[in-house]
Write a protein that binds this ligand. Sequence first.
Ligand code: 4NP
Length: 141
Amino acid sequence: MSRRILVVCLGNICRSPLAQGIFEFYSKDKEFFIDSAATSNYHQNARPDHRSIKVGLKHNIDISSQRSRQIKGIDFLDFDEIYAVDQSVFETLLKLAPEKHLKNKVKMIDNRDVHDPYYGDEDDFEAVFQQLNSCIQKLIS
Ligand code: 4NP
């Protein structure tokens, strides 16, 4: 059975789509089932931000077919591990967990925040990619 992993950020258009793409890149033998979602409903069914698509492609990861969605209660049952990209998302996820014991599935993806690059520039997206790439390699090793 594959490990079912959900990565969550605020909008599901910048950070978590990249995290999903990176996990999938390292999961060629279907070792993992990966999805990503948003805590907000700001960008329902939207393509990833063009800057996330661009930085992914630079590293041979194509995330352009992903579409954003908001997390729902059933996700806390469907997934084994739910990773928050920052402390604020982590706290929101703990509040959204439909049952107390399901909070145990919620973890930080790294030991520090993956900062929201939405109002940043290309360098910020590259930094997000590098941070996600290194913490995801640790998580799957
Ligand atoms: P994400 O970035 O959480 O990494 O997808 C954001 C995308 C959109 C917004 C905030 C963060 N927004 O406020 O619309």
